[in-house]
Ligand binder design. Structure first.
Ligand code: ATP
Length: 238
């Protein structure tokens, strides 16, 4: 079966700096893959390449079997790849609803706006309660939900999520992962970049472990716990 998302032998970097060395990975349709690794291993770089935000210097990126290497980011979005970036990408001085309206109008057009808002508030009821609140005054977790809601407009075929739990209280992380379970159950394939290994292993059935820009190990999540602990933590003495 054609994978929802595939990276083949991807090399990528920033100017002269090479961050990825021949990374190959694949996310099956409706499947969930956790991308784990130490700080600086290249996880965010993979997420950026997978969403078309960074063009690889060699190798290729395929979305639902289509080679989109070198295409512009909106082509990835149109092919069904939603990217939830690291950090809180919201407009701080706009209300929750204004933030959602801005992205939904761009992604769905005016005619799809109300359906988009309804869907966002049903996935994230807290955002519905706070629709008139200025985004900059939301809690960190609520801002994270808002930045996810802005890209999860139409149950995308593929979600690339970068460090969703970064800087959040454990209870908020639990809530965000419960939402991800629900989004997954609706058929969205996922590439989940995480430092929070427990959550990632619970959500995803397959794990790719990156080390210094290469795939150091990959396999089923059930086998990953021991490998991840020995490679990620013991090596660093932590
Ligand atoms: P973290 O968990 O700390 O976010 P990561 O695994 O996501 O790490 P990346 O952010 O992909 O790692 O970074 C991979 C390498 O690329 C690192 O050595 C980093 O310093 C370098 N890098 C990342 N972004 C840039 C940039 N804009 N310019 C130059 N080098 C960069």
């Amino acid at each position: 079966m054609t994978p929802a998302l595939e990276l083949r032998a991807v090399e990528a970097g920033y100017g002269p700096f090479r961050a990825l060395f021949g990374v190959t990975l694949s996310v099956p349709t409706g499947g969930a893959v956790a991308l784990l690794g130490a700080n600086g291993a290249g996880k965010t770089t993979v997420a950026r390449v997978a969403s078309g935000l960074l063009v690889p210097s060699s190798g290729s990126v395929h979305v639902d079997g289509r080679d989109l290497t070198g295409e512009r980011t909106f082509r990835y979005a149109r092919a069904g790849v939603a990217h939830a970036p690291e950090g809180r990408s919201v407009f701080a001085t706009f209300t929750v609803e204004e933030n959602l309206t801005l992205s939904f109008q761009r992604l769905l057009g005016s005619e799809g706006l109300n359906d988009g808002l309804e869907r966002a508030y049903s996935i994230f009821p807290r955002l519905g309660e706070r629709r008139r609140q200025v985004a900059g005054t939301l809690s960190g977790g609520e801002q994270r939900m808002l930045s996810m809601a802005r890209v999860l407009v139409e149950a995308p075929p593929v979600l690339v999520a970068d460090e969703l739990s970064l800087g959040l209280a454990p209870i908020v992380t639990d809530e965000i992962y419960a939402t991800l379970e629900a989004i997954r159950a609706s058929g969205t394939a996922m590439l989940i970049v995480e430092q929070h290994v427990g959550h990632a292993l619970a959500l995803c059935e397959h794990v790719v472990l990156l080390d210094k820009g290469t795939v150091a190990w990959e396999g089923p999540a059930d086998d990953a716990a021991d490998v991840v602990v020995s490679r990620l933590f013991e090596k660093s003495g932590g």
